[in-house]
Ligand binder design. Structure first.
Ligand code: ARG
Length: 460
């Protein structure tokens, strides 16, 4: 009755609704390259160990190569009735080379086939995303180098806290993106395991050379347990977790870009090419790109949650629920890549308003800690110094002055320990430059961490 590849056991055809409902070809067709590559390796291995004849292997491989070319030149229309990319390719093969095509699926199941396909796909995507991150880090390092002396306020609770530099601020993100690269490299290791040979769930009676297939496909290892091999989607979850962190980092950065480009902050101006206008308010220049990246972060978290939730109740081994892995994974990959693609040039082309940053750093008493440190270095216990400077700030607020504007007499009223050298100690440029501790904002310290980051990138 049925034309299905699995139709032998059935007396009726599939309901039309079910056919649409369970078919995955609309989205898994993007795995055609991996699917064909996996099949070529499988057939080559079957030929090598003598499960099929060398001539049969050759015909299958040739047929698959032709199909690849046909798909790439847009000649193939996939068939919903053939369910997924695996059976579509197999049907095309049989139509092309006849009965020999039916030998391809010997000692294989779609369960190990789909697992190998996604792993190959994800390995390539991880490599690409790492390259994008590397480029972004390089852009940030170049920018940091230009702004080693660009003083700005550092914030806690969104209140001005202490003076830092823009370079120091940018280098904080460099550390995050370096960790992201590392996480992806780690995830890659666990993705780089070849599941073919696991069959449907219980391996196979055929004497496969799994190591040879792995070698042909460029996998570092073969899976150790057939049940695990077809049920494991940890690597996809790990990827989505790493992708979520990348998005979270981008989103925090975007939030700052949005804030910094307000008229109230005016620390930066985005390039026209990376901003948009309003259909009603003629004056507007909106940071839509940054906002959209911030917004898309939620989708990637959704992809991660979707995968985890889909997997949590599944008994071993394969269950059809797992077909739902692909859209989440594809969406996470597409979103991260799309965001990184536009984020880097947005940052590279923005204008930095150094004067506004410096002005903001000079207000808000960002040097109050330095006044307290000044007293502490002259022997006043820090807690006492803190109290004295708190009073100084209160006095300044009443007088409408900054700490630099207090006279020596006013300082001496607060504590006799104050001397002329107080003024040199509390200029905001000095405050940033004096924080020479490793990891601090002093230009030498930041320069060192730029050099360290460049070194790390070279080893990647
Ligand atoms: N389209 C399926 C998926 O994406 C392939 C594996 C199907 N296996 C099965 N036994 N139905 O998961």
């Amino acid at each position: 009755v049925s034309m299905k590849l699995w139709g032998g056991r059935f007396q009726k055809t599939t309901d039309r609704l079910v056919e649409d409902f369970h078919s995955s070809i609309s989205f898994d067709q993007r795995l055609y390259k991996q699917d064909i590559r996996g099949s070529i390796a499988h057939a080559t291995m079957l030929g090598k160990v003598g499960i099929i004849s060398p001539e049969e292997a050759r015909q299958i491989v040739e047929g698959l190569k032709e199909i690849l070319g046909e798909i790439e030149s847009g000649q193939v229309e996939f068939d919903i009735a053939a369910e997924d990319i695996h059976m579509n390719v197999e049907k095309l093969l049989t139509a092309k080379i006849g009965a020999v095509g039916k030998k391809l699926h010997t000692a294989r199941s779609r369960n190990d086939q789909v697992a190998v396909d996604i792993r190959m796909y994800l390995k390539d995507e991880i490599t690409e995303i790492r390259a994008q991150l590397k480029e972004l880090i390089e852009t940030l390092l170049d920018l940091a180098e230009q702004h080693l002396h660009t003083v700005m306020p550092g914030y806690t609770h969104m209140q001005r806290a202490q003076p830092i530099t823009l370079a120091h601020h940018l280098m904080a993100y460099v550390q995050m993106f370096l960790r992201d690269m590392d996480r992806l490299a780690d995830c890659y290791k666990r993705t780089d395991v070849m599941p073919l040979g696991a069959g449907a769930l219980a391996g196979t009676t055929f004497p496969l050379d799994r190591e040879y297939t792995a070698e042909l496909l460029g996998f570092a290892a073969v899976s150790e347990n057939s049940l695990d091999a077809v049920s494991d989607r940890d690597f996809a979850v790990e990827f989505c977790a790493a992708a979520s962190l990348i998005m979270m980092h981008l989103s925090r950065f975007c939030e700052e870009i949005i804030l910094w480009s307000t008229g109230e902050f005016a620390f930066i101006e985005l390039d026209d090419a990376y901003s948009t206008g309003s259909s009603i308010m003629p004056q507007k220049k909106n940071p839509d790109v940054a906002e959209l990246i911030r917004g898309k972060t939620g989708r990637v978290y959704g992809d991660l949650m979707g995968l985890l939730t889909m997997l949590k109740g599944l008994p071993l081994a394969y269950n059809k629920d797992m077909q739902e892995d692909k859209e989440a994974l594809f969406d996470a990959v597409d979103t991260v890549k799309g965001c990184l693609m536009v984020f880097r040039p947005m940052i590279a082309t923005m204008t930095v308003r150094k004067d506004n940053m410096a002005r903001a750093a000079r207000g808000g008493f960002t040097n109050a800690t330095d006044v307290a440190d000044y007293l502490a270095k002259k022997g006043v216990p820090f807690r006492e110094a803190h109290e004295i400077v708190g009073k100084a700030v209160f006095y300044c607020l009443q007088q409408g002055k900054t700490l630099e504007e207090l006279t020596l007499e006013e300082y001496r009223q607060l504590s006799p320990v104050f001397d002329r050298d107080i003024y040199a100690a509390i200029g905001v440029e000095h405050c940033a430059a004096a924080r020479k501790v490793k990891g601090g904002p002093a230009p030498e310290a930041v320069q060192q961490s730029i050099a360290n980051a460049r070194n790390m990138l070279q080893q990647i």
